[in-house]
Write a protein that binds this ligand. Structure first.
Ligand SMILES: [Zn+2]
Length: 199
């Protein structure tokens, strides 16, 4: 992590956000300027079925484990936390270099956009699987393990490969204007392909 306190060349070691406390790992975990963004992460994690209490500790935020450090958090939550840190640091560095204002709303939107694009990539991968199954003699279905893995996001139909996103998550994505309904887009494409056959 690129924190000023660890950077010997940095003259101003104060937090780039609050400009008050020393910028180090223990501070960045509790900097009040990030509170609203962390609140969103708790909201998303609760929508994914992980209570904020399970995440609300140093081990959760830094090592993606439970409070005792003995068990990894759900992989989707780990991915969410990684997206959080990456986005926060990119914006922190940007703020410092370009002297632009740190905009918490934009950071939140960026986090959700990133998460949405990961979901879309997954959905399109599973769509390809479905197509292959439909047009070939491939008859096997997806393993239940695959459905369990993405269950925090929604319901995966192991026969069709369609992942339907939970309403709780959809609401958050919509609120920040980053929602894309993959299944709806697929339907639209299919019906327009039927209406105008290209021969
Ligand atoms: Zn601070």
């Amino acid at each position: 992590m690129f924190l000023d306190n660890a950077d010997k060349k940095a003259t101003n070691k104060k937090c780039k956000l609050c400009n008050f406390w020393h910028e180090n790992q223990s501070h960045i975990l509790k900097c009040r300027q990030l509170a609203t963004i962390k609140k969103l992460i708790y909201e998303v994690s609760e929508a994914m079925g992980t209570s904020r209490r399970e995440l609300m500790h140093t081990y959760g935020w830094l090592f993606n484990t439970n409070k005792e450090g003995t068990k990894s958090l759900n992989p989707t939550i780990c991915a969410l936390i990684r997206i959080y840190w990456r986005t926060v640091y990119r914006n922190l560095t940007h703020k410092k270099r370009e002297k632009v204002k740190f905009n918490p709303y934009r950071v939140k939107q960026e986090i959700l956009r990133h998460l949405m694009s990961r979901i879309l990539a997954y959905q399109s991968e599973k769509q390809i699987f479905n197509m292959m199954r439909k047009y070939s003699s491939l008859q096997h279905i997806l393993p239940k393990k695959a459905a369990d893995l993405v269950s925090p996001l929604g319901n995966l139909n192991v026969k069709t490969g369609t992942l339907t996103i939970k309403n709780e998550l959809k609401t958050i994505f919509k609120k920040y204007k980053v929602w894309t309904d993959f299944n709806l887009e697929v339907q639209k494409n299919e019906s327009s392909a039927q209406q105008s056959p290209q021969h």
